[in-house]
Design a protein around this ligand. Structure first.
Ligand code: IMP
Ligand code: MG
Length: 198
């Protein structure tokens, strides 16, 4: 079987690609469930901002796939921007410190910002980014997060457009990574590993 055929088969069944120290990937949310939810979120955003323009600000890199899909179901005048913060590195635990690695390219003054994030976990990242972006004096600022691990929250922050509340499990796929891997899995899967991955 060709490499491409083999890779497609792996993706389709959400089985782990050949990576060391990965024990198991278990599907939590299928691509069909995700597509339906993203369409619902797009409808809500379209209704809420009728007649207005929005700026979708994606948090690199995890939110890229969610942003790409969400943008195409929002029927509004929309532009994109991207922002990046320090990541978890190769660990599953938040370092507790958030550092801005890349700011937005344009001023957000007077704009309707929709901050697009893959997952709300401790809330440290979005609390930091919200404060950062409010400094631009936007007209409005909303948060769209595909996933929400409510039980892990350390900061009192909530998403305005939340896809799924999920249990306290480490998930990958649909943009979410572990040590930069698995972002291209089309389903969202629970990753069960020993911890660090080389
Ligand atoms: P927070 O600052 O703890 O809310 O974390 C948000 C960021 O942590 C997200 O943008 C993700 O990049 C990352 N993250 C949190 N939980 C997971 C997970 O289960 N899988 C992959 N990344 C995660
Ligand atoms: Mg992220």
């Amino acid at each position: 079987m060709s490499f491409f055929r083999r890779f497609s088969t792996i993706q389709a069944s959400c089985k782990p690609p050949p990576v060391r120290h990965v024990d198991r990937l278990k599907v939590l949310l299928t691509r069909e469930q995700i597509a339906k939810k993203v369409a619902d979120l797009g409808d809500r955003i379209t209704r809420d901002f009728e007649g207005e323009s929005v700026v979708l600000i994606g948090v690199l890199k995890g939110a890229t796939i969610f942003l790409a899909d969400l943008a195409r179901v929002i029927r509004l005048d929309a532009t994109f921007d991207f922002i990046a913060v320090s990541s978890y590195g190769n660990s599953k635990e938040h370092s507790g410190e958030v550092k801005l690695m890349k700011d937005v390219d344009h001023s957000m003054r007077g704009k309707n910002i929709i901050l697009v994030e893959d997952i709300l976990d401790t809330g440290l990242t979005l609390t930091f980014l919200k404060r950062q972006l409010l400094g631009h004096q936007p007209k409005s600022l909303k948060i769209a997060a595909l996933l929400d691990k409510v039980s892990r929250r350390q900061e009192p922050i909530h998403g305005d457009y939340v896809g799924f509340e999920i249990p306290d499990e480490f998930v990958v796929g649909y943009g979410l990574d572990f040590a930069e891997r698995f972002r291209n899995l089309p389903d969202i899967c629970i990753l069960e590993t020993g911890g660090e991955m080389s």
